[in-house]
Structures are given as C-alpha cells and as structure tokens.
Design a protein around this ligand. Sequence first.
Ligand SMILES: Nc1nc2c(ncn2[C@@H]2O[C@H](COP(=O)(O)OP(=O)(O)O)[C@@H](O)[C@H]2O)c(=O)[nH]1
Ligand SMILES: [Mg+2]
Length: 240
Amino acid sequence: MAFNKTRAYRHRIISESSNDDVDYSSRSSFTPTEYLFKILVIGELGTGKTSIIKRYVHQFFSQHYRATIGVDFALKVLNWDSNSIVRLQLWDIAGQERFGNMTRVYYKDALGAFIVFDVTRPATFDAVVKWKQDLDAKVSQEDGTPIPCVLLANKCDQVKEGMVNSVAKMDEFCKENQFSAWYETSAKENVHIDDAAKTLVAQILKNTAQYKPHSKTKGQILLNQVLSSSDKKTNGNCSC
Ligand SMILES: Nc1nc2c(ncn2[C@@H]2O[C@H](COP(=O)(O)OP(=O)(O)O)[C@@H](O)[C@H]2O)c(=O)[nH]1
Ligand SMILES: [Mg+2]
C-alpha cells in the first residue's frame, strides 16, 4: 500500500457508506471475498468532482462545499454480488487541479479513474485529453495497458455546450482516447452516477480476474486473504 507515502497531502476519510442490495446474513458460514479498489476522480476545477463523490457516497448535494487543500478519501462499500464485497476508496483532489496534473504518488496503485468535465463549459472538455494523458503516463496495469477510466459529462441537468451534444462524436472520442465508457451525469439530480461506478467496477473486476486469487495485485487488496509467511515477510517494510 502507498498511503504512507502521501504525507505531503492533507488527507482524511471524509465519508463512508454502503449499499444493501445483497443480504449475506442467511449464509452464516460463508465469507464473501472483499476487495479494496483505489479510484481516482480527476478533471478541471469546478466540474463537480466533489459533488459526484458526495452524491455517490452520501446521497447528498450542496451548492457549496468548503474547499480543502490536498486529497480527501471517501469510502463506498458495494455488496457487489453474493460472492464479493467491493470497497471503493475514492480519491478526491482539492485545490490541486489548478496545476493541471498530479504527482505519481497520487496515482500510485490506482485501479480505476473517473475523469470529469462540465457540459456547460467546453474548455473543461478540452482539458480531458490532458488529464487522460497524465493518468496513463503515471499509472498503468501490470501488463502496461491503461487502467479502466470512465468519462463523466457532469451537470447534464443544465444546457449542454459543444461536442457532448453528439453521441456519435463522444463515442468516437472515447474509443480514440481509450475510455471504458462515458456517461452524462448530474450530481445535482443524481443521474447515472451509480451506473458509471458499476461500469468502472465491473471493468476492474474483469481485469483483476485474470490474476490468480493469491497473487499480489497492485492496488487490489483481498481484505480477507490470509497472508502466507512469505507475504508477511514482504510486507514487513511497509509502515501502513
Ligand atoms: N447544476 C449542477 N451543478 C453542479 C453539479 N455538480 C456540481 N455542481 C456545482 O458546481 C460547482 C463545483 O462543484 P464541485 O463539486 O465543488 O467541483 P470540483 O471542483 O470539481 O470538486 C458547485 O457549485 C456545485 O454545486 C451538477 O450535476 N449540476
Ligand atoms: Mg472539489
């Protein structure tokens, strides 16, 4: 885990919530597999990154959030299916967007990302490619391919400007720039945020399924996995 290396940032768990779609209680002797995925939420300032996280984790929207400097974490627990619980650690940048990129420490071990733009401000869409390039330059899957990334066209409750009005062009853009998918979202009206997250998680699970269950996979932690003695030795240097 890299979290002990992020001291340069002010960071804190801001919130935690879970869905209750799957009931494990009737299976008392059964322990579902638990995953922890680090997910980045990046994009230009004011596009709605914090609002999307608050909506997704807290079912809450506000016009005014206190801007924090650094990185906030929010934890969303998904009872994914009858065999798996997925914990999403959502990394929200605050105030760092103005630099247009993030350090490798921020990207380290991320398994998925959302890039957010504001449908009312085409300039924020123009910056999407730059964010995607920054992401792909600083983090990748073990085989070197880009981590799954879903593009969010946020504030779709308002009048849309620019290319986002053409579904065909957006589809083409996503294909060219290796996005897994794109969604029009509204943090305000709670549109498509759950769908976008499900698509991202499904893609990450699909990718991680190719690794053996007991191999150590970057950024993915099987929380209920019993470490072998060699694993314990390897982790001995980690202070987290
Ligand atoms: N109408 C509308 N406003 C939004 C939406 N999402 C965020 N906002 C507003 O956009 C502004 C910036 O949002 P914020 O989440 O702070 O953006 P961030 O800088 O990317 O984290 C705030 O005033 C939010 O209330 C949305 O889906 N619809
Ligand atoms: Mg923010």
